[in-house]
Ligand binder design. Sequence first.
Ligand SMILES: Cc1ncc(COP(=O)(O)O)c(C=O)c1O
Length: 311
Amino acid sequence: MTRAAPAPSLDDRDGVIWCDGAFVPWREARLHVLSHGLHYGGSVFEGERVYGGRVFKLHEHTARLAASARTMGFELPWSVPELAAATAEAVAVAGLTDGYVRPVAWRGSDTLRLVAPDNRVHVAIAAWPWPRIFTEGPRGIRLHTSRWRRPAPDTAPISAKTAALYAIGALAGQEAEAAGHDDALLLDHRGRLAEATGANLFLVIAGELHTPPAECVLDGITRRTVIDIARDRGLPVVERHLAPAELARAGEVFLTGTAYEVQPVTAVDSLRFPLGPVGAALAAAYGRIVRGEEGCPAPPGRPARAVSERG
Ligand SMILES: Cc1ncc(COP(=O)(O)O)c(C=O)c1O
């Protein structure tokens, strides 16, 4: 399986992008070259997916954007409800039925100081059609265990979806692709299984789901959704540290992420895994839930959301 062929340059499109409160022509949505976000990683973002004209888990994504900014030491100049409304408007203006949304917030160019609490914070939201991250075909992707690792939570702000952390995934991903794999599997700083470059990892072992705790990995919104779906269906979910050797015990392996959805893994280095029924059932349920055909199960202790309240 290969990644989808690259589309024409993303900065050369018709349409508009929401920038700091107003829609600007797509090609004019630019930032200054001396922006803090470009030089020092003072930037946070989200990846959201539109199904049937609505962003799945819009509130959760927007709240995570604000939380990521706070972790990086800045406040967004717009509230979560205001940004969620702007996102919905960006989707509507783009006439999107199915696609992708990229909200991004960054410290601007008022000074080039590393410590720049007074630099203005900018926010942009772009929405456009974007097909699956991996092309259709024989389903299941091959991972390559990377030499790059997810840092310890006291080394980097793991819970934040910040550009500052994505250099690691970019290095790991480009090496994996250059070696003919679809994606990289990163270990954590202690050598335990962590996650792929943009998705969380699940192993099916003896009828249970096992996944690393959200300690050295991003606490994915899809991860949480899939855990809720599994528990709702009586499938035990164990969040624990996993040694790489445990991959050999897994009957199935899959990844979860907004862009990946529930993505089966058929190989990690020389180990092979079948396309199994557990991943297939969870992928099917996830597909129904994101399209609003089925209600989203709530985590224990919270009443289930009605179908009409999805997202
Ligand atoms: C490093 C990383 N892990 C996991 C995920 C999955 O997170 P989510 O399910 O919220 O998209 C992503 C994608 O955002 C990611 O970039």
